[in-house]
Design a protein around this ligand. Structure first.
Ligand code: NAD
Length: 336
């Protein structure tokens, strides 16, 4: 199937091209994001393949439909960047990769928690300068700490299981309870109780109208002083300005973000020789107790191979008039 692949990096091209030997689709790779300015590039394609920062607004979807495009194949699990109702009304099928390697994100989350709890990021910088002093590097054990996991789907459940292995008390909040986690000792509580009791809070729910800025000035007030907050889910779950205030006044003891509200302008690009114009991001980068990674949690060989395979399986199924395994339907993601 003739597919325009947007937001491609060399690794996307490599893994999609390798996997496509099996399927034989006609893939055309664009570096550009798909948005209002670039949607004309989709002319002549029956499908577009997109990533987390492509903007599939109603007007972009109308432009795609006008060009005869009938499938949006997301190379990611999240689908917050697409207007699903508009897609439905325009007769465009949407498919995602729901579970390419949940372990990649769960494991990375633990990496961020340990980096902050043991100040590993600071230690690495120091020893490179020949400084082997320990002052300022005093950490804390994870053993016995209370960790709140918001969202216990595939990634949150994986994270909770690893945390149980560390001897943490794991609290969880989700619309649905996971029976297996409960047998491991995970306790489901209200979001408020989770905020009040947790030493560490890690976010693994999707970005929906209901979850946007679920960490904000008011919810931060409910948390323990010195709380660690980790966000590997979607940037807009966290009100970044509120987090900066919390870091400045010490209410937040440490923060790790792999995703950022305004990441589309910066993430996945090399700004090391340029001036970052985003003052909020630049401020976050100044805190010794905050770390930012550039939407990297998914980035393992296993995950990118699975993303390529499952994306092409979705496109193949659609081409053969079958339901793509990763289909996303507006009706099924509405909060009832
Ligand atoms: P999933 O669908 O398996 O799990 C999401 C869970 O969140 C579900 O159990 C759902 O019931 C729960 N949920 C929904 N609304 C909630 C609410 N209001 N409060 C609490 N829980 C709620 O998804 P997943 O595969 O575990 O992925 C989770 C998120 O991780 C994705 O939505 C995506 O945004 C993000 N993600 C990030 C990366 C990365 O590289 N940083 C990679 C993949 C996914």
């Amino acid at each position: 199937m003739k597919t325009a692949v947007f937001s491609t990096k060399p690794y996307d091209q490599k893994y999609l091209t390798d996997s496509n030997e099996r399927w034989g689709h006609e893939l055309v790779f664009y570096k550009a994001h798909l948005n209002e300015q670039t949607c004309r590039l989709s002319e002549g394609f029956q499908a577009v393949c997109v990533f987390v920062n492509d903007e599939l607004t109603e007007s972009v979807l109308k432009c795609l439909a006008g060009h005869g495009c009938r499938l949006v194949a997301l190379r990611c699990a999240g689908f917050n960047n697409i207007d699903l109702l508009a897609a439905k009304n325009l007769g465009i099928t949407v498919a995602r990769v729901p579970a390419y390697s949940p372990a990649s994100i769960s494991e990375f989350t633990l990496g961020l928690i340990l980096t902050l709890s043991r100040r590993i990021h600071r230690a690495c910088n120091r020893t490179r300068e020949g400084n082997f002093a320990l002052d300022g590097l005093l950490g804390f054990d994870l053993y016995g700490k209370t960790v709140g996991v918001v969202g216990t789907g595939k990634i949150g459940a994986g994270t909770a299981k690893i945390l149980c292995g560390f001897g943490c008390n794991v609290l969880a909040s989700d619309l649905y309870e996971n029976a297996e986690l409960k047998t491991l000792g995970v306790r489901y509580v209200s979001r408020d109780e989770l905020f009040q009791k947790s030493d560490i809070i890690t976010l693994h729910c999707p970005l929906l109208p209901d979850t946007r800025h679920l960490i904000n000035t008011e919810t931060i007030k409910k948390m323990k002083t010195g709380v660690m907050i980790v966000n590997t889910s979607r940037g807009e779950l966290l009100d970044t300005d509120a987090a900066i205030t919390g870091l400045k006044n010490g209410k937040i003891g440490s923060l790790a973000i792999d995703v950022y509200e305004e990441e589309a302008e910066v993430f996945f690009e090399d700004f090391s020789s340029r001036v970052i114009q985003d003052d909020t991001l630049a401020r976050i980068l100044t805190f010794p107790n905050a770390i930012v990674t550039g939407h990297q949690a998914f980035f393992t060989v296993e995950a990118v191979q699975a993303i390529a395979n499952q994306t092409l399986e979705n496109i193949t199924a659609f081409e053969q008039n079958q339901t793509p395994p990763g289909i996303v339907q507006w009706e099924n993601v509405q909060i009832k």
